[in-house]
Design a protein around this ligand. Structure first.
Ligand code: NAP
Length: 321
């Protein structure tokens, strides 16, 4: 350990936390549960919108242990309660920035500085939304960014998928299990999707692909989403389409801005694991969607949270904290 850090530790004594967890989705709460049960007295910054992406989901039917399904927000409250029972301290505040240049690390929230030996980053990723008129009111209701989560609510109904990558193809194909018809719209006629996934969607009898279409506006009434106005970007001409559900699959952005480039990421901004769940900075771990470019499920995030907590506990032990 650095000489200055040792001096600082002596001065600060008990004010240095063992571990600070940043982010409160399934990864964060699972890391909180494990580190709390390991008597590490973890502190979590849950963010102003604690609970992560699941707060936007109505029913979760694919998390093992809930045979009747559970509401996304309710599940997050239960995960929090479970971790708090073992001593996780939660602050519903955002982390503004961190300083990982020396140990103990510094975490800043609302102008206050916190010192910690280890950090678990589990801030997740945000789906990119279109941001067009009528979207805000229908988020998490008629308009979703997760077919796996919400597809089953649209049995025998007509739905729209927006996007031209693998996610859009996957969502459209998955939605054919429930919907009577899936229309996929893409803003140009070249697809980023892999050929195999494009073919699977394009050849499906329930899927219609419309190129050179982007959503200009969502239409809704008291019953919910009713349709969309689609625009052809080439000439600005428009058409209306009737639908009850829409799925936006135009990519995700990992939430890493507060790290200000101090941790290594891939070209899309996802954090990179270097030693199991540890990042390129020794003592800083990452779990959940902030590292996951592939699965993006609540259960896989929880699994990574568990791994990060165990790695963190071992690292603290090896480093005699
Ligand atoms: P992506 O490959 O970046 O595709 C995003 C799509 O959204 C593109 O077609 C893009 O159109 C479109 N788009 C972006 N902004 C838009 C906007 N404002 N309005 C309309 N359309 C917009 O993202 P992804 O599909 O989420 O895939 C991300 C990564 O995960 C990829 O590497 C993919 O292979 C991988 N993935 C793999 C699987 C699998 O193997 N099972 C499944 C899902 C994802 P343009 O092309 O015109 O830019």
């Amino acid at each position: 350990m650095f000489k200055d850090a040792i001096a600082l530790e002596e001065l600060m004594g008990d004010n240095i936390r063992n571990v600070i967890i940043i982010g409160s989705g399934p990864a964060g709460y699972t890391a909180g549960l494990y580190t709390a049960r390991a008597m590490l007295e973890p502190l979590m910054f849950a963010g102003y919108m604690s609970g992560g992406q699941l707060m936007l989901t109505s029913d979760v039917e694919n998390f093992p242990g809930y045979p009747k399904g559970i509401g996304g927000p309710e599940m997050m409250m239960e995960l929090r309660e479970q971790a708090e029972r073992f001593g996780l301290e939660v602050q519903d505040r955002n982390v503004d920035r961190v300083d990982l240049s020396e140990r103990p690390f510094k975490v800043y929230s609302e102008g206050e500085e916190y010192l910690t030996h280890a950090i678990i980053v589990s801030t997740g990723a945000e789906s990119i939304w279109l941001g067009v008129e009528g979207e805000e009111e229908q988020k998490g209701r008629g308009i979703s960014t997760c077919a796996t989560c919400d597809g089953a609510f649209f049995k025998e109904q007509e739905v729209l998928v927006v996007g031209g990558g693998d996610s859009a193809m996957e969502e459209a194909t998955f939605l054919t299990r429930f919907a009577s018809k899936v229309t996929l719209v893409h803003r140009r006629d070249v697809f980023r999707a892999s050929q195999v996934m494009y073919d699977r969607a394009a050849n499906h009898e329930k899927i219609e692909i419309k190129t050179f279409r982007q959503v200009k506006k969502w239409l809704s009434d008291d019953s919910g989403l009713t349709g969309a106005v689609l625009e052809d970007p080439r000439d600005g001409s428009t058409e209306e389409i009737a639908l009850s559900g829409a799925f936006i699959a135009i990519g995700h952005t990992p939430i890493t801005g507060f790290l200000e480039g101090q941790l290594e990421t891939d070209e899309e901004g996802y954090l990179i694991h270097r030693d199991h769940t540890m990042t390129n900075v020794s003592g800083v771990f990452a779990a959940g969607d902030v590292v996951d470019t592939r699965y993006k499920q609540a259960i896989t995030a929880a699994g990574l949270g568990c791994q990060a907590a165990i790695d963190c506990e071992r690292w603290l032990e090896e480093n005699e904290h």
